[in-house]
Design a protein around this ligand. Structure first.
Ligand SMILES: *[C@@H]1O[C@H](CO)[C@@H](O)[C@H](O)[C@H]1NC(C)=O
Ligand SMILES: *[C@@H]1O[C@H](CO)[C@@H](O)[C@H](O)[C@H]1NC(C)=O
Length: 217
């Protein structure tokens, strides 16, 4: 178990928003072939796709179209780093570079003792955590592999883009954080079955809003 940090927005308004701001459009999630070939810019000779970045999509908030940045947590035993892939509250000057290699979504990260390297991205922790990040120290909880998905509208028309998720879920909850080191940002958690807030039984945390992770192509 890890804690992704305390909720900071407690205003009644945020609670109201959590219940009304379900901006995710009415689409069907369809798994693409679980292979790097399903991502944009696939190179048959290397078996890799990318590099590209990813954006927040369909949140119906200011962060739509913003890229992702890493927020590193304190190093663990061997000095390696772990942390979260987050959306800042302002468009980032530099978005984290991503690719698909060995069938895994990866980000280029400064892993300190391990150097700058491509690190697998996961949705880590119990069903109500499932946080978007990397290098998590050994957890008793599952680390969900991330896979490529398509979105299909009610008329059966595929929507542009490749979306990131797991277990046929591509809807993520965006949770506001504000701390001294990393500033203001949203960490993401995958809203799989069992992701309800354990304290309230509600689908979303206070102030949490929903959206997708879309590969920028
Ligand atoms: C989404 O589409 C399904 C199937 O047509 C329908 O049953 C459901 O009510 C729709 N949901 C929303 C929020 O429009
Ligand atoms: C995901 O959906 C596909 C069909 O679209 C289905 O075959 C598969 O079993 C589903 N996987 C999970 C984990 O629900």
């Amino acid at each position: 178990m890890f804690r992704a940090g305390g909720m900071s927005r407690t205003a009644a308004l945020s609670m109201l928003l959590a219940w009304t701001a379900s901006a995710v459009p009415n689409v069907t999630v369809e798994p693409l072939v679980d292979s790097c070939a399903s991502y944009p810019n696939y190179d048959d000779s290397t078996g890799q796709a990318g590099p590209w970045s990813a954006i927040a999509d369909s949140t119906d908030t200011d962060v739509d179209g913003f890229g992702f940045v890493p927020v590193y947590a304190s190093p663990v035993g061997d000095g390696a780093r772990w942390g979260f892939i987050t959306i800042p509250t302002k468009p980032p000057a530099k978005e984290v570079s991503m690719r698909c290699a060995n069938g895994a979504l990866q980000a280029q990260l400064d892993m300190r003792s391990l150097g700058i390297r491509w690190q697998d991205l996961v949705a880590a922790g119990t069903s109500n955590e499932a946080a978007f990040g990397f290098g998590f120290p050994d957890l008793p909880d599952p680390n969900r592999r991330l896979e490529p998905y398509a979105h299909v509208d009610l008329n059966g028309v595929r929507q542009p883009g490749v979306f990131v998720g797991s277990e046929n879920v591509t809807t993520w909850g965006f949770n506001y954080q504000n701390n001294k080191e990393a500033g203001e940002y949203y960490f993401l958690r995958l809203l799989t079955p069992g992701s309800e807030n354990p304290a309230t039984g509600r689908p979303l945390n206070d102030g949490e809003f929903t959206g997708f992770i879309k590969i920028r192509d």
